[in-house]
Design a protein around this ligand. Structure first.
Ligand code: PLP
Length: 380
């Protein structure tokens, strides 16, 4: 008998959806062609990529010709920032809570970083102050990977259009697609990045929407695939799997958000009630349905994660271990969470496959682990 086990780390990655696996298998076996060729085997692969492009475009609310397939969400973000700067020159402005795929890409383009409010939402006044005609791309994520904060993209776009009318607006929608109608929410953006493995697709494939009128210089040079915007032989099975996962996600999204949102509330409320001193990070009303982020002052997340793992709960902390010392997450620091509290945080991220049993298990395991770390035998 295997011990009970719960996976609450869907923001890190999600299990492959059955629809994605089924769609991919023929392209890992008999339909192995290179879609750039001209013979029958190649044409079969190209037809699949073309069909996937139509599906992805529908899910993202753009034309098929505006979809650029990439090797990851990281690559999509890098192509957006470096691609626009490579084409137009100028500089990058992004928020302080972006994923490192954006923050580090922005740094490589001499970017400026704009702060957020304590709830994690971008400070629009500070954004306005950071913008001028020298800015060629502004990057504001749709949903945050650590605390799940949803950014008000329409308001961001209004500020960008007024203060830096020549700038392209990029949004990292990698964590958003599972929960939000990205076609609508990201409509104000000129560039939209997604990653398949965050919504039941395979790892190592993503897409960047490049709306017509926005041009990106390629980051990868070579055979000129993706209309010269991203060279490299297409990952046919990956692209087909991403499209299948997208279609399945869109079909089930409303029901998933409602069901998982209720599970998340039960989990967060349950832990806040059973762990003395527990604090919820940010504001639940501006957060995607799968995201639960708590702090347990007095304990270290690193030690907590080990106990949780031993007890069968897969979770994450969102802190990075740099040169042997735990560093608080840049997201929590930007939100003004004190360092010692940031180092006591726990990210529990739910997904489409999360069940009531997973939540029951977590509600048993987490309070016991915190109590053990605090040295008391029982939690109130
Ligand atoms: N952007 C965000 C918000 C993410 O959460 C991640 C992955 O965690 C990425 C970008 C990078 O995506 P990928 O893992 O496909 O490189």
């Amino acid at each position: 008998m295997t011990a009970p086990f719960a996976y609450l780390d869907h923001a890190a990655t999600t299990p492959l959806r059955a629809e994605a696996l089924e769609a991919m298998l023929p392209f890992l076996t008999e339909h192995f062609g290179n879609p750039s060729g001209s013979h029958a085997v190649s044409r079969r692969a190209r037809a699949a990529v073309d069909q996937a492009r139509v599906t992805v475009a529908a899910a993202l609310g753009c034309d098929a010709g505006e979809v650029v397939f990439t090797g990851s969400g990281t690559e999509a973000d890098n192509l957006a920032l470096a691609g626009v700067v490579g084409r137009r020159g100028g500089s990058v402005v992004c928020t302080a809570v972006e994923h490192h795929a954006v923050l580090h890409a922005a740094r490589a383009c001499a970017g400026r970083v704009v702060g957020v409010r304590p709830d994690g939402v971008v400070d629009l006044d500070r954004l306005a102050l950071a913008l001028d005609d020298g800015v060629s791309v502004v990057s504001v994520m749709l949903a945050n990977n650590e605390v799940g904060t949803i950014q008000p993209l329409a308001e961001v776009a209004a500020v960008v259009r007024e203060r830096a009318p020549g700038a392209a607006l990029h949004t990292d929608a990698v964590q958003a697609f599972a929960w939000l109608d990205v076609a609508a929410s990201a409509a104000p953006a000129d560039l939209v990045a997604v990653s398949a493995h965050k919504f039941g697709g395979p790892k190592g494939v993503g897409a960047l929407v490049v709306r017509s009128g926005t041009e990106v210089a390629p980051v990868l040079h070579g055979g000129g695939q993706e209309r010269d915007r991203r060279s490299g032989t297409h990952n046919v099975a990956g692209i087909v799997g991403m499209a299948a996962a997208m279609a399945a996600t869109v079909d089930a999204r409303a029901a998933t958000v409602e069901r998982v949102g209720a599970l998340r509330d039960r989990l967060a409320d349950g832990l806040l009630a059973s762990v003395p001193g527990a604090v919820e990070t940010g504001d639940r009303s501006t957060r995607v349905a799968g995201s639960c982020h708590l702090r347990f002052p007095g304990i270290e997340s690193e030690a907590l994660l080990v106990l949780l793992d031993d007890a069968g709960l897969c979770a994450s902390a969102g802190s990075a271990c740099a040169s042997g010392a735990m560093e608080p997450s840049h997201v929590l620091a930007a939100m003004g969470v004190p360092r010692h509290e940031a180092l006591s945080s726990l990210r529990l991220s739910l997904g489409a496959t999360t069940t009531d049993d997973d939540i029951d298990l977590a509600l048993g395991i987490v309070p016991a682990a915190v109590a053990r770390l605090r040295g008391s035998p029982r939690v109130a």
